[in-house]
Design a binder for this molecule. Sequence first.
Ligand code: ADP
Ligand code: MG
Length: 541
Amino acid sequence: MTSGKINVTVENIFPLIKKFLYSDHEIFLRELISNATDATLKLKHLTSIGEASVEYGNPKIEVKIDKEKKTLHIIDQGIGMTGKEVEKYINQVAFSGAEEFLEKYKDSAKDSGIIGHFGLGFYSAFMVANKVEIITKSYKDEPAVHWTCDGSPEFTLEPANKSDRGTEIILHIADDSTEFLEDYKISELLTKYNKFMPVPIKFGTKKEKEGENEIEVDNIVNNPNPAWTKKPSDLNNDDYKKFYRELYPMQFEDPLFHIHLNVDHPFNLTGILYFPKLTGDLNIQKDKIQLYQNQVFVTDNVEGIVPEFLTMLKGVIDSPDIPLNVSRSYLQADGNVKKISNYITRKVADKLKSLFNEDRVAFEEKWNDIKIVLEYGMLSEDKFYEKAKDFALYPTVDNTFYTFEELKEKTKLNQTDKDGKIVLLYASNKDAQHSYIANAKAKGYEVLLLDSPIVSHLIQKLEMDNQDVTFSRVDADSIDNLIKKDENIVSKLSETETTQLKEVIEKTIANNSYTVQTEALDSAAEPFIITQPEFMRRMKE
Ligand code: ADP
Ligand code: MG
């Protein structure tokens, strides 16, 4: 047996770790399972390239509670460590990581954004344990070792009689942390942080039916192959919906559509974003985009990484290239993070455009559910505005959907002001403004229904961007001053013929609830139109 002293420069680091990370004690489990996962994947790599001559098999990670001994165990079947490696990686590497962390951040404890994100690593175990043991056997043909440390900088290292490869970490849970000896608590943490980690994690057993009999099987808490790690071509619509449920088990409404993200240059990022159906449901506001690093959950606060207008979306982003150990203000200045945010914006715009192009009717049906996000995006991100111009829709009070260009084309002859600008009439409330709407429609004008809360800002933006267009509320008096540009209209009828025709039609329909207009509207092919005010139509319904 050897014993020794960890080379400490910050005297007694453990109480410091504990105090400093007070609010985020629970991340120890994520850190230890990450280490177990790394050790397993390293072995996978070594066996695949022929460096390790052992059977890789179907390794799993086991988490176990011993209530009597007050211990929590994390057991893996990975590469393990030799005695020398424990000295090096635990006493020196892991320690220097913890020390560096404290040095760097002890003054910024208030910036709680960094705390849960930093990979403090192995020593985070001392946030909840007053004694930690490592029993480990390397995949190399060397004896197993047993390391013990009671929270002071002293440690012991002795031979152990473990015969199978891998590492067991034993935490002697401190009296103020006994919640981590409860099944429900560990379950909750495993679900939060490890739900999609790449190695199966066993926590207890469960009963399963096998034909007539019930058998006891491992309770595997994670899905090691979540949808976002697969190729889009291997997934169908139902797979994406299923994964949405997996992410948000309390969410019963299907998402409207998804966007699969996948890029490896100049940064690495995968993920799936969903446009949710915006309901008044409170659950949906709790369900946020989740950020992962190599399938390890980091946070669901993606502020600064995803542009603000897209934070209403759901889904996951997985990227090893997002710096996590830093504050929000640093994030905003980071070049990679800016590129990631731009990439996400572009992908969302491209997806919307292809939905619009492929099935316009379906896109129109979704419009009311997605318009808030889109309109907000158009206002806040110029790059998004440039793309969204082509597919943003403007519905009329009768549910006809125009793009801005279509709308201009439709109204350019019939609704202009004295300066020749197109005047786009809009209502913000169909019921309150119904008689104005009816009046405008009776005159043959298009009336838009723009009722989202930010629409006045959007209108300003559109007017600035389109100098030939001005918006006017349907109940403003400007409606009386609209002019038709008749230069393009060639009526085939003379003035007397027109008057005679009007008389005939009016007599025929003999009902003063209709208006007859003999001026052609936007083409000489229609010598007259008959309109009925909206309120009259409603009265008859
Ligand atoms: P990091 O994981 O960032 O390297 P840690 O403090 O978490 O830092 O771990 C320090 C080192 O200890 C690891 O790099 C690894 O070499 C070793 N280690 C920790 N846990 C295990 C384990 N379960 N199996 C094998 N090696 C481990
Ligand atoms: Mg680690």
